[in-house]
Design a protein around this ligand. Structure first.
Ligand code: CP
Ligand code: NVA
Length: 310
């Protein structure tokens, strides 16, 4: 059987995402009880950027599934510098049964998947963050039971990994998504077109706007991410200026559905993309969302490396 990867969230079908979310719910319910799903298997974590949630949730998740994890920090592998992406992929494939990679460029994680004979999971690239989107969908489903007639409003930098995977994931499961960004920071056009195509099959509505007010009006979920993604630090001053009207604050949140939830992939910057009152307030579900990384990724590991279903 041909190996599968998770590089882009749309590598999974609507049905497969449904199954993964269902397995994740059941794993969550079992509260981390250890299983033998990955017994005898090792997974390499190749990281070119820092991480809290992705690294820890994968390491703990792999351990809970009975597997072994090898973390390789940005200084060790030096993808494309110390050796080529192809050589890294082919070498690691002789040692381990799966690779989780956090890369600077999407091409590098695609390259790892192309040359590895074992499944590769994208743990964040500049274009997509599919593991985050799966955990986010799990969180929305948990808070609202299903996706039908719900709207998620993403406010801030639309041209980033988190927004892109959310757009495609929302389209795949039938969740409406509004994105509000300054003109130059709209999501990648190809991704929006793909999301619109996928949305046709599920009935999800996708709206890209320049107005946070329009995006948030009546929304059930308000979602924020940093204005300055990893690798963009040199643009910090310019970005903070451009994004100043795209902060999620109490005035904006008043326009949302009254029992809205606030979500953020973290790390967060209080006073920039979101105020303290919102992120630490009663609508915020950020730590449930962070916890769900563990459950969603365990379901992905079972699907790609293990026996699959619960
Ligand atoms: N949300 C997320 O991916 O967090 P880390 O960068 O800490 O892994
Ligand atoms: N867009 C952010 C997400 C961090 C999890 C970044 O790439 O830095």
């Amino acid at each position: 059987m041909k190996k599968r990867d998770l590089i882009n969230i749309e590598d999974f079908s609507e049905k497969e995402i449904g199954e993964i979310l269902s397995v994740a719910r059941s794993l969550k319910w079992k509260k981390g009880r250890r299983s033998q799903e990955l017994a005898g298997k090792s997974v390499a974590l190749v990281f070119q950027k820092p991480s809290n949630r992705t690294r820890v949730s994968f390491e703990v998740g792999i351990w809970q599934l009975g597997g072994n994890c090898v973390y390789l920090n940005p200084q060790e592998i030096q993808l494309g510098v110390r050796e080529t992406v192809a050589d890294v992929a082919k070498t690691l494939s002789r040692f381990v049964d799966g690779i989780v990679a956090r890369t600077n460029t999407h091409e590098d994680v695609e390259g790892l998947a192309r040359f590895a004979s074992v499944p590769v999971i994208n743990g964040l690239s500049d274009l997509q963050h599919p593991c985050q989107a799966l955990a986010d969908l799990l969180t929305v489903q948990e808070k609202f039971k299903n996706f039908k007639d719900l709207t998620l409003a993403y406010v801030g930098d639309g041209n980033n990994n988190v927004c892109h995977s959310l757009l495609l994931g929302a389209a795949l499961v039938g969740l409406n998504m509004n994105v509000a960004t300054p003109g130059d920071y709209a999501p990648n056009k190809t991704i929006v077109q793909k999301a619109q195509r996928l949305a046709k099959a599920t009935g999800a509505k996708i709206l890209c706007s320049g107005s946070p007010q329009e995006a948030v009006s009546g929304a059930h979920v308000i979602y924020a991410d940093t204005f300055v993604s990893m690798g963009q630090e040199a643009e910090t001053a310019a970005r903070l200026k451009t994004f100043k009207d795209f902060q999620v604050n109490e005035q904006l949140a008043k326009l949302a559905y009254k029992n809205y939830v606030f979500m953020h992939c973290l790390p967060a910057h209080r006073g920039q993309e979101v105020t303290e009152a919102i992120i630490d307030g009663k609508h915020s579900v950020i730590f449930d969302q962070a916890e769900n990384r563990l459950h969603a990724q365990k379901a992905v590991l079972k699907f790609l490396l293990g026996k699959g279903k619960e």
